[in-house]
Design a protein around this ligand. Structure first.
Ligand SMILES: [Zn+2]
Length: 422
């Protein structure tokens, strides 16, 4: 989730930079030629339900498919309602002009993780059978860093049970066979916004779905990592149980995020056979247990294929959205023993938002395997601006991959089909 006007202090607003980038990229754009929209451009992560008045424009958009995230209590039903009208049912939507343009994602974002209490284990921070005010204070005092003062707690709603959210999300995933789990994740950088002042709320923009920051000052409080991990892992397990993909947000939490995922696939790692071993098996010449290269987990290794889908404790396909780690971190997720297929998605608003970001972006794009790459707008509105941002990120990726636009669109569409359908 990147927010230009709602929630984030992590990234600067996009408007100005977008214009600047268009100038910078003019010659590159001319060289690459007009954008081949007819080949099917796909947005792997966006939030148009934050501006419901823009939803009608999805039909007129040139983007073929939008993957629409939910994040908090206020947008779950909105994503559901858009999905009910326009959800993609099968792969034909990716290749032909179709009124089905939406792949819905149901999930709870780490910025709102304090609004859930974990009732899935032996202990809970909130007991609905006890005094509500007392329990609310107990919950927020436990899950927020620093002890929040009573005035701040008063601005927060009573938390809802994680189990109830997981049950609801399970039902929604089952009713939309292409739906994924998202946006979920971990974030060490964010802080909760202050409550609305008495004069502020009447002035808020009614076009924007509530629950976001909307320019409010930030409090000193953030959600502790233990709680974020509990909420994150419960959703990862749900995705694993239903064989669905997940779209993941990770900010200043790369190590703990990798640890959370690996803790779920521990014991399910894939056996890796080195190429040398394969050759030896092929000629039947040698006892391959003697090879020193058996532990090779780098390139040059191949992997046993997974069998048909069975419920697992981890999601089978993962997208690290607006991936901002260095190439080295990307390689960590490509270890062939990892039993999930990890994709990396990139956006203009996060990956190319600051001066000097281009070198880092170029390095990571070149390091990203061609078959693991996705692109996204991460915008909070549908329409022309979202098309424009998606076109720009396609152009940037193709530039550093050395692809024509036609090749780039084709490869990324193929990757996306694999991400959704397995
Ligand atoms: Zn997002």
């Amino acid at each position: 989730m990147f927010v230009t006007f709602l929630l984030s202090t992590m990234c600067p607003p996009t408007g100005q930079q977008t214009e600047q980038r268009h100038g910078d990229n003019e010659s590159n754009d001319e060289r690459m030629g007009p954008f081949p929209w007819s080949l099917g451009a796909i947005d792997a992560h966006c939030h148009p339900t934050d501006t419901m008045s823009s939803i009608a424009s999805i039909n007129e958009m040139r983007t073929r498919v939008l993957t629409i995230m939910s994040t908090r209590s206020q947008d779950q039903d909105l994503v559901l309602s858009v999905a009910a009208q326009q959800a993609v049912q099968n792969q034909t939507a990716f290749t032909e002009h179709s009124p089905e343009k939406v792949v819905p994602a149901f999930g709870w974002h780490p910025w709102f993780s304090h609004q859930l209490y974990d009732d899935t284990g032996d202990e809970t921070t909130y007991d609905p059978n006890q005094d509500a005010e007392e329990q609310k204070t107990k919950h927020y005092t436990t899950v927020l860093s620093h002890t929040p003062d009573p005035e701040f707690i008063a601005t927060l709603a009573a938390p809802r049970p994680l189990s109830g959210f997981i049950d609801e999300t399970r039902r929604r995933l089952v009713s939309f066979p292409t739906a994924l789990v998202g946006e979920i994740g971990l974030d060490r950088g964010f802080r909760l916004p202050q409550g609305w002042g008495p004069d502020e709320q009447p002035q808020r923009n009614e076009d924007i779905t509530p629950g976001g920051r909307e320019g409010r000052l930030l409090s000193p409080y953030h959600v502790n990592m233990t709680h974020q991990v509990q909420v994150f892992k419960a959703q990862l397990r749900l995705a694993g149980d239903l064989g669905r993909a997940v779209s993941i947000h990770g900010v200043q939490a790369h190590g703990v995020l990798f640890d959370a995922l690996s803790s779920l696939w521990k014991g399910h790692e894939k056996e890796v056979i080195s190429r040398r071993k394969e050759r030896l098996v092929a000629v039947g010449a040698e006892d391959f247990s003697s090879s020193d290269e058996d532990d090779d987990d780098g390139g040059g290794a191949s992997v046993k294929e997974l069998g048909p889908f069975q419920p697992k404790p981890f999601p089978p396909r993962v997208c690290l959205h607006s991936f901002s780690g260095p190439p080295q971190m990307l390689k960590q997720y490509l270890n062939p023993t990892i039993p999930a297929r990890v994709f990396f998605s990139f956006s203009m608003v996060v990956n190319l938002s600051s001066p000097g970001s281009e070198t880092k972006f170029a390095d990571v794009i070149r390091a990203c395997p061609d078959d693991r790459l996705l692109v996204e707008s991460d915008l909070h509105t549908a329409g022309h601006e979202a098309d424009k941002m998606l076109e720009q990120i396609y152009r940037q990726v193709c530039k550093y991959k050395g692809w024509t636009l036609a090749i780039g669109l084709e490869k990324i569409r193929k990757n996306y089909v694999e991400f959704i359908f397995g």
